[in-house]
Design a protein around this ligand. Structure first.
Ligand SMILES: Nc1ncnc2c1ncn2[C@@H]1O[C@H](COP(=O)(O)OP(=O)(O)O)[C@@H](O)[C@H]1O
Ligand SMILES: [Mg+2]
Length: 245
């Protein structure tokens, strides 16, 4: 196994606030890695740093042995932001066309990838619908199709299941499993602790720090807890002490 993503001492401050605090991450190729933590833990900030949208104050980060943000990486990474970036007044098809051009796909490749990705997220029937007519879950699926369009090797999915109803969440996780099967590395953030049991490994984040890491089973065992929710609380607030919100 090779490490696809490495960070060392990664730190990002916003004024006095340390949003990401001395983070060492090492994510292997072909893993589904979950960054887990409550709102404000720093998950989105980590993802934005890794995809090159933000620069760290300290530390290093490499993806495929190149510094994060390097131009060679953009074709190899897909990013599904927490706040989806869709054009409401365009159809699903037209949204994919725009992103396809952004990634310089040839017309033939674009057509093929549109078919494949819309099939993957089960939205072929909605291709010609304006995005604003779609439900929240469908919008998320369009956003996922866009992240996959240029066949990236790594996917960064920032809270892809927020606002998605429980049934659909199950199908989302099936999709992520399929991505792994096709050899992709998937980094996914969520504050739904229970979902993370589907990841190969998870990192628990709290106040910008990684407070535990391992397989979901290992983390649960480490904390002497019965599920991930309880494990997080036990590790984040030892002896019931609450030192923050
Ligand atoms: N651009 C920004 N300017 C100032 N503070 C920010 C900015 N982005 C994030 N933060 C703060 O950094 C912390 C971590 O935020 P974020 O990474 O969005 O957490 P999460 O995704 O885990 O909810 C929060 O306290 C948030 O308010
Ligand atoms: Mg976030």
């Amino acid at each position: 196994m090779t490490n696809t993503i490495e960070t060392k001492g990664l730190t990002k401050r916003f004024g006095d606030l340390v949003a990401v605090d001395d983070l060492d991450l090492s994510i292997e190729s072909g893993e589904v890695y979950g960054l887990l933590g409550p709102n404000g833990a720093g998950k989105t900030t980590v993802i934005r740093l890794l995809v090159g949208l933000s620069r760290p104050n300290e530390g290093s980060m490499t993806i495929f042995d190149r510094p994060a943000g390097h131009e060679d990486l953009s074709q190899r990474m897909g990013y599904m932001p927490q706040e989806e970036a869709l054009y409401d007044m365009l159809t699903v098809d037209e949204n994919l066309d725009l992103y396809g051009r952004l990634f310089a796909l040839s017309p033939e490749d674009l057509e093929r990838r549109k078919n494949e990705t819309l099939n993957f997220v089960a939205l072929e029937g909605r291709r010609r619908d304006l995005v604003y007519t779609l439900s929240g879950g469908m919008r998320h699926r369009v956003s996922l199709a866009i992240a996959l369009l240029h066949e990236p090797e790594i996917l960064f999915l920032d809270e892809p299941t927020v606002g998605v109803d429980p049934e659909l969440r199950v199908s989302f996780w099936e999709n992520f499993g399929k991505l792994k099967t096709s050899g992709k590395t998937v980094v996914i953030t969520t504050h739904y602790m229970d979902e993370a049991r589907n990841c190969d490994r998870i990192g628990l984040m709290h106040h910008g720090k990684l407070i535990a890491e391992g397989t979901p089973k290992e983390v649960i065992a480490m904390a002497g807890a019965s599920d991930l929710e309880e494990a997080f609380l036990k590790i984040a607030y030892p002896k019931g002490r609450r030192d923050g919100p």
